[in-house]
Design a protein around this ligand. Structure first.
Ligand code: UDP
Length: 332
């Protein structure tokens, strides 16, 4: 398949976990994904479905050159630092990388006349709102620098829509898990901080054990509750969001979650069942910045985009993550 056929989409962070899956989905939908990535947390090997531009969002000239070379019809913006815990320790990195980098990108896009923008935001923008249904109209009150940086970028998009007509779709992700069922791409962070890959490492002895961050939360089993979405379902929503903009529709915010919450202990139990192995567990302290419960209370994406998160059962996510864990590999 020639890499030049089809409209180009600039995918920042296309060498990362979610971005690489998005590139595969875009390629499957007839677009050519052009990855723009500094390869600090991403992997050259993960860029398989279109060209790679190695560049940093802080480098406006590199961005301008990418827009000039590829004339993308749209931007999908995944590149970001995304660790809640780290964002509490070094918030400046989050404000600089995420917020200033996004400002450069948005200014480069508008200067190039690219007026469609799909943005990875997060349920962390809602913060800790006990017993509140989190839908797109919920108050955004982030409790960590990661969420605050993403909320700032959402505001920036609204301002640039008003000034430059930058139409955008904002996706507020809940927790993302799983991997490409073909194991062409998957989740691999260095260092790893996310629950599912850490747990799979613990299961096959690559780590001593999984530490549960807090067992004294006000939840039925004392551990945090999250709403997990299969990465392939998540990126399907992005393609639908791009079509939404292609059809000339207006800017919109969508939660991407299933509405079902799993506690950390429940995720561990499912993993033990799916892999048929014991999960070595250590009970530890709370991680600063963690919310008690984050579960989406919205079906807007299903109703308006026609999104169907049919792969997002916990067992399917663990099965696909486990397959990738056992067979997939990026060279470091
Ligand atoms: N978690 C945990 N141990 C770990 C990593 C994560 O108990 O080693 C918990 C974490 O406190 C949260 C959930 O697992 O409740 C998901 O965390 P993750 O870092 O995967 O995603 P986040 O919710 O921060 O986006």
């Amino acid at each position: 398949m020639a890499m030049t056929d089809g409209p180009h989409v600039l995918v920042t962070g296309g060498a990362g976990y979610i971005g690489s899956h998005a590139c595969k989905a875009l390629r499957g939908a007839g677009y050519v994904p052009v990855t723009f990535d500094n390869l600090v947390t991403g992997w050259r090997d993960a860029v398989k479905f279109g060209p790679l531009v190695e560049g940093d969002l802080q480098d406006r000239a590199a961005l301008d050159a990418a827009f000039a070379t590829y004339s993308p019809v749209a931007v999908m913006h995944f590149a970001a630092l995304s660790q809640v815990g780290e964002s509490m320790q070094v918030p400046g990195r989050y404000w600089r990388n995420n917020v200033l980098g996004s400002l450069n990108l948005i200014e480069a896009a508008t200067a190039a006349g690219c007026d469609r923008f799909v943005f990875s935001s997060t349920c962390a923008t809602y913060g800790d709102q006990d017993n509140v249904v989190l839908d797109e109209n919920s108050i955004q009150a982030p409790i960590n620098a990661y969420g605050a940086s993403k909320r700032a970028i959402e505001d920036m998009l609204r301002d640039f829509e008003a000034s430059n007509g930058l139409r955008h779709v904002i996706f507020r992700y809940f927790n993302v898990a799983g991997a490409d069922p073909d194991a062409e791409v998957g989740e691999f962070h260095q260092p790893e901080t996310h629950l599912v890959p850490l747990m799979l490492d613990a299961i096959d002895g690559k780590r001593d054990g999984l530490t549960i961050f807090g067992t004294d939360y006000d939840t039925p089993d004392g551990t945090c509750i999250r709403d997990y979405v299969h990465v392939c379902d998540l990126v399907d929503a992005h393609v639908l969001g791009l079509r939404w903009l292609d059809e000339g529709k207006g800017s919109r915010v969508f939660n991407l979650g299933t509405g079902t919450g799993f506690s950390v202990r429940e995720v561990i139990d499912h993993s033990a069942q799916v892999t048929n192995r014991a999960v070595p567990v250590v009970e530890g302290a709370r991680r600063p910045g963690d919310c008690t419960k984050l579960v989406s209370g919205s079906t807007r994406a299903e109703n308006e985009l026609g999104w169907k998160p049919h792969r997002s059962t916990m067992d399917r996510m663990i099965t696909d993550a486990w397959r990738w864990h056992q067979t997939g590999h990026y060279s470091e």
